[in-house]
Write a protein that binds this ligand. Structure first.
Ligand code: BF8
Ligand code: SF4
Length: 635
């Protein structure tokens, strides 16, 4: 496998790592070559100790075509796939539950460091859940909202989840009802999926694939949508703002704290205390504190507070090699264990904060909502102290930084559209889709993969689509990639967009009073904020009385890394979207899984998985899908 070149900032630090003899993911990926073919096909089973069993795709019946227990390759692949989906959904449901419980503690007076910031959002959610509002105090309403959320992980009556009723588009709820996909309790679903995939249970590949769709829906509503709603209620609904991105946002003379992970319950407090303890930096010879964001916590902080987005997941090791990160504070998900080893040569203090996420070599400060202020203060002071360990000669901050507009929550988008048509905001989008000025919309989500990054998969695809007047919305680490590639600022409009899209974005920018066009790639948040994209699509579909699958839209996870991206993608398949994925998910070992997910599913939910590793061909595939949808709508 040949690794070519990366973006300039990353490459500068990769070179520095080589000079220092520090190992990064690039060397470790090379050392893994060739990666296991059975693993890539999904055809290895370790569900019991008669195995592990591997199915040889070329055996032609002569080799091992069944596991010891007789499990077929289809059974093995589909069981493995469902367990991947469980990994993703459990991560998002766990994230949502953590936020809900922190909020509940605040309402009960046990976590005084937090408050209700997004009151309008609270009322919108309460109203949507059917909670009577009149005459009640905000905290009373909020507690009822919390109880509705907790029902979605406790109820045993089989009723569809409250968050499905609150957020799912109408026609899809109807369709899921007919297909038996209206899930009721996220924890029950996760338990049942683990149970049915253990040795000697569900062996029917189609039944297992249906369970995958259920897990996607669990992720979408009890994970992504619930987390997004509560985070907006606690910390405020994001609004459009100008921010900076890439590793050049580090500041040589300041204490740099990199927040890495996903949960704003931690990062909001660290940001607050960084501001409150700024004066203490004088004692160590620094000129203040610079909090920067890595991965999804970076997206959360940038959307609400303009905190610079310093690095995506693949750069989470590289940013330490700048020698300028005094502390990296992490919570949950996507945190590479390698960072503590790298931090030793870069004078960075790695601080873990979750009892369930500890890393050998890191300092651990347990962070609980009840003691948030005290613990955040302690963490910020540890970072200030770490500044003393700085080695001037080790500092190498890349120059690269870009500016971007972030904060495109659905509410922020509607606010802009209201300036064009206050009574019918979505009409502007619909009219422009009908006229072809907006040929279609593609949502980019997910991760940066070392396997794909050297081919600049995401940036190349986005640029190809913009030329064809496709509007892009994005979340997660692909949002970092787009911000770094200068695709989220108004200058990108003239540079990359087709004429139709240029016209719309210029008109919207003018209406919004920006005296510049809106950018062609809209930063809608972190990975849980994929809920915002689905809400927008659902609103368009409901307004037009169409199914989501009839809209000229698609999704892409162009650099798939995480199980979480798989469960999000499966939710989008359940919603009826074409979902482009690269590299291939681990389904190709199973003829049944490959056929169902890439072909037959279209006749069931309207969604379809589309695997293409070449960025230009992938963009063409998405355009041709959008063209078909437009033709079917006679537009
Ligand atoms: O949830 S995009 S690498 S940081 S999994 Fe992780 Fe992927 Fe980044 Fe956020 Ni999402
Ligand atoms: Fe092998 Fe069957 Fe055990 Fe899997 S469950 S490891 S296929 S014997």
């Amino acid at each position: 496998m040949t690794i070519k070149t990366f973006d300039i900032a990353s490459q500068t630090l990769i070179n520095k790592a080589a000079e220092l003899g520090v190992e990064t993911g690039i060397e470790r990926l090379k050392a893994q070559q060739p990666q296991c073919g059975f693993g890539q096909l999904g055809s290895c089973c370790r569900m019991c100790y008669m195995g592990p069993c591997r199915i040889d795709p070329f055996s032609n019946g002569n080799g091992a075509s069944k596991g010891v227990c007789g499990a077929s390759v289809d059974t093995i692949v589909c069981r493995n796939l469902l367990r991947e989906e469980v990994g993703g959904a459990a991560s998002h449901v766990g994230h949502a539950r953590h936020v809900v419980l922190a909020f509940k503690k605040m309402l009960e007076g046990k976590a005084p460091g937090y408050k209700i910031t997004g009151r309008d959002k609270l009322m919108e959610v309460a109203g949507g859940l059917g909670i009577a509002i009149a005459g009640k105090a905000d905290t009373e309403i909020a507690l009822e909202v919390v109880n509705k959320a907790l029902e979605d992980i406790t109820r045993q009556d089989g009723e569809p989840m409250n968050w499905i009723k609150l957020r799912a588009p109408k026609k899809e709820v109807e369709m899921w009802g007919k297909l038996g996909l209206l899930v009721s309790n996220a924890h029950n679903e996760i338990e049942e999926a683990m149970h049915r995939t253990s040795m000697g249970n569900d062996a029917d590949p189609t039944n297992l694939l249906l369970a995958c769709l259920r897990m996607g829906i669990v992720d979408g509503y009890a994970g992504l949508s619930m987390a997004t709603d509560f985070q907006d209620i606690m910390f405020g609904v994001p609004r459009v703002r100008s921010i900076e991105a890439n590793m050049g946002v580090l500041e040589k003379n300041k204490v740099n704290i990199a927040m890495h992970g996903h949960n704003p319950v931690l990062s909001e407090k660290i940001l607050e205390w960084a501001g409150r303890l700024e004066s203490e930096t004088k004692d160590v010879g620094a000129e203040g504190i610079n909090v920067v964001g890595v991965c999804c916590t970076g997206n959360e902080l940038t959307m609400r507070h303009n905190v610079p987005m310093a690095a995506h997941n693949m750069q989470s090791e590289l940013i330490l090699l700048t020698g300028a990160v005094d502390a990296m504070v992490v919570d949950i998900q996507c945190i590479w264990p390698s960072i503590t080893k790298i931090s030793q040569c870069c004078n960075t203090k790695i601080i873990t904060t979750e009892a369930s996420v500890k890393i050998p070599g890191a300092s651990h400060v347990s962070f609980e909502a009840e003691h948030a202020d005290e613990q955040a203060k302690k963490i910020v002071r540890m970072a200030i102290e770490a500044f003393k360990g700085r080695e001037e000669s080790d500092i190498a901050i890349p120059e690269e930084k870009s500016t971007a507009l972030a904060g495109f929550s659905v509410e922020a988008i509607i606010d802009v559209l209201k300036k064009v048509d206050s009574s019918d905001p979505l009409k502007t989008v619909i009219d422009n889709i009908v006229s072809g000025n907006i040929y279609g919309v593609v949502g980019f989500a997910g991760c940066p993969s070392i396997k794909m990054r050297d081919t600049s998969m995401t940036d190349t695809m986005v640029k190809e689509l913009l030329k064809k007047n496709v509007l892009i919305v994005t979340t997660g680490c692909t949002a970092h990639i787009c911000a770094q590639a200068d695709l989220m600022n108004p200058d990108a409009v003239d540079k990359y967009c087709g004429d139709g899209l240029k016209t719309v974005l210029k008109a919207l920018g003018e209406a919004a009073g920006l005296s510049a066009p809106l950018p062609p790639v809209w930063h809608m948040g972190s990975c849980v904020d994929n809920a915002r994209i689905a809400t927008l699509l659902g609103a368009l579909a409901d307004k037009l009385d169409l199914k989501v699958s009839q809209l000229p839209v698609a999704g892409s996870a162009p650099e798939l890394v995480q199980e979480k991206a798989m469960s999000i993608g499966t939710w989008l398949l359940a919603l009826g979207l074409l979902v482009h994925i690269a590299p291939s998910p681990r389904i190709l070992g199973s003829p049944v899984a490959a056929k169902v997910l890439t072909e037959d599913l279209e006749g069931i939910t309207g969604g379809r998985a589309y695997v293409e590793l070449d960025p230009i061909k992938a963009a063409e595939g998405l355009i041709s899908h959008i063209a078909q949808k437009r033709t079917a709508l006679a537009i």
